[in-house]
Design a protein around this ligand. Sequence first.
Ligand code: G6P
Length: 464
Amino acid sequence: NTTEASSSEQSHLIVVSNRLPVTLTRGEDNMWSAKLSSGGLVAALSGLKKETSFRWVGWPGGDFSADDRVKIDSLLGENSCSAVYLDDETAELYYNGFSNSILWPLFHYHPGEINFEEADWEALPDSLLEVVQDGDLVWIHDYHLMLLPRMLRTMLDGRGLKSVKIGWFLHTPFPSSELYRILPGVLSADLLGFHTYDYARHFLSSCARILGLHTSPDVHVGTFPIGIDPDKFSEALETDAVKARLGHFEQQFRDTQVVVGVDRLDYIKGVPQKLLAFEELLARHPEYVGRVVLVQVAVPSRGDVEEYQQLIVSVSELVGRINGRFGTVEYTPIHFLHKSVDFTELVSLYAISEVCLITSTRDGMNLVSYEYVASQQKRHGVLVLSEFAGAAQSLNGSIIINSWNIEEALSMSADQRLANFTTLYRYSSTNSRPAPKARVVVLDYDGTLSATKSIPEFARPSPL
Ligand code: G6P
């Protein structure tokens, strides 16, 4: 909001997240290259990047030598990114430990996976703060950086920088106060954003019940269900590369219906449940054996955390068992890809599938659901969506499941599919930018929610 900038300097939007949106790799020629990473946060913000310029501050992953850092800084600079480097020990404590062994399982209702021994409460990096100037808008993302608003505010106050606006958006669920009370914590931003009304409600009741906080008229709490950039998918479907790949799949699967699953290999995604449901489908309906395949892309994730290592073992075992049980020389029931696939492959897989199966046991939003809809303009495939994903609250037209009802999806009539698709596509292509129709709620004196009519100026999608 330029009117509030105290100097003649132009205001900037600075996005801060744990991870930068790119993954770096070193080629055989020793040169570094950057590829867009996967994950909800990147999918959500890549659309915004088209219309708003901002600098993105975060961790590039890994530990790098001083020489490499110079090369990487220049590569990132070309992409409007600034790196915050973490040494291996800090990354272990802050990323594998505090963020992914405590906050992540806690926020996804997996208390059994919480490992408090990994905690280091002081490990948040303060070098994130170096780029901020007065008048800037700092938009902090996700559970890793929950404490950053307060740290930043204290530092800014100390330096007399009073015109910095701070927003914080959570990409995960926010759990009930009954679970959250396991972990104490506070925030100090101007605007706090959540995907759904329930997450915001849980947050506010945690403030009231755990902190006894019944009044904070300056802090706005809003629900801002994020979306994707759907044009990216419709445009990709028109490219020669996708058309060629799709043609190949149409041949390969000419007598077979494809069910697709795309997930980071994370215990919150319910991949074992999905495999068991598929096994059950083949066991109960022998007529589907040889006629239906599950193509499951399982993107490797957080491999240094023990719970993720165990998951790889149990998922591999399940895939082997089911393929061994129902497979033949000609037929492999589950095509399991433990890797990320490039964008052409991803869009082609979405487009060839009759069904997309999302079985998360908890999921902040789940943007795979939106990506699938955006890729299904011809086939009108069926979206089977877990009721525990935030997206289930917006995507009418999907089959909302708890008990993984994929049977219904495979036999749905073309008319019903078209009707469902039309509803889904209308929603996902009109709610594709962060915040345009968000409802803002204010933390009332008695800790309850009350709606306000408009979004504060600083929360608009193109604030600067
Ligand atoms: C989720 C989180 C993101 C995170 C992504 C990938 O979508 O909400 O903040 O970046 O997973 O996880 P990773 O640990 O690889 O960054």
